[in-house]
Design a protein around this ligand. Structure first.
Ligand SMILES: [Zn+2]
Length: 242
């Protein structure tokens, strides 16, 4: 099966729903009807590795059994990348190196980075390089700059909100490029939010509530309230049904 339009998924690490006030361009796109916004509750624990696993498998941590960031075992259940591969669709990943731990041999062509302070701008540049070279049906773009600012300065800091505003601009620029050059659809989301301190492992609403923004051209008429439903949304936008 071939999807008519490629799908990009900007997974912004650590972007809490309350940071929406620092996202002027995405907020404007919602007001103008170009993006549809969803408030999504991340699975518990609200930490990256289990949340990545839930996003791509549709399973809660009690079922995929990946519950911390330290023992980064491979995801053994069925997941979105496997499904695309089975259906003859191509993927690519630009993201943090933990994707290799999570996906193992199922990792598609990728550009991974190690430093959590890797500039988001570099991540989006690599996304354009890999998209131009491979024309994947699905492209995951995973910047860490917002999460890093939250850990260093705290979730209520001006630095955290400034990082959110920077990613707002990066995503908006990437979206324009992705539409123009790849004729692609875009989904924007996050793995977890950020607490008022320097962590996101307390499972409060600040950590659990994240936003998803979906390109209105994709007609995202789906129920999207929980992180385990994200892969249904991605499948629907890839033309695979849910
Ligand atoms: Zn994270």
């Amino acid at each position: 099966m071939e999807s008519s339009r490629p799908l990009g998924f900007d997974l912004v690490d650590g972007l809490a729903a309350y940071a929406k006030l620092a996202l002027p361009l995405l907020s404007q796109a919602v007001m103008e009807g170009r993006l549809k916004q969803f408030v999504v509750e991340a699975s518990v624990p609200t930490i990256s590795y289990p949340n990545y696993a839930t996003i791509i498998s549709g399973l809660d941590p009690k079922d995929h059994e990946l519950i911390d960031n330290d023992h980064r075992r491979r995801l053994t259940s069925d997941h979105f990348f496997k499904r695309l591969h089975r259906d003859g669709m191509t993927s690519a990943v630009v993201g943090f190196h933990w994707w290799e731990d999570l996906l193992g041999g199922d990792l598609p062509p990728s550009k991974l980075y190690e430093g959590e302070d890797t500039p988001d701008h570099w991540v989006f540049e690599q996304a354009e390089v890999i998209a131009t070279g491979l024309h994947p049906d699905f492209l995951l773009v995973h910047p860490m700059g917002v999460d890093w600012a939250g850990h260093v300065y705290g979730g209520q800091s001006s630095e955290y909100l400034a990082a959110a505003t920077r990613i707002d601009r990066e995503i908006h620029d990437f979206w324009k490029w992705w539409q123009l050059r790849m004729k692609g659809l875009l989904v924007i989301g996050a793995d977890h939010g950020m607490g008022p301190g320097h962590h996101h492992d307390v499972n409060s609403l600040r950590e659990q509530q994240v936003l998803y923004f979906v390109d209105s051209d994709g007609h995202p008429n789906v129920d999207l309230r929980r992180q385990s439903q994200v892969q249904n949304l991605l499948s629907m936008l890839m033309g695979e049904g849910v």
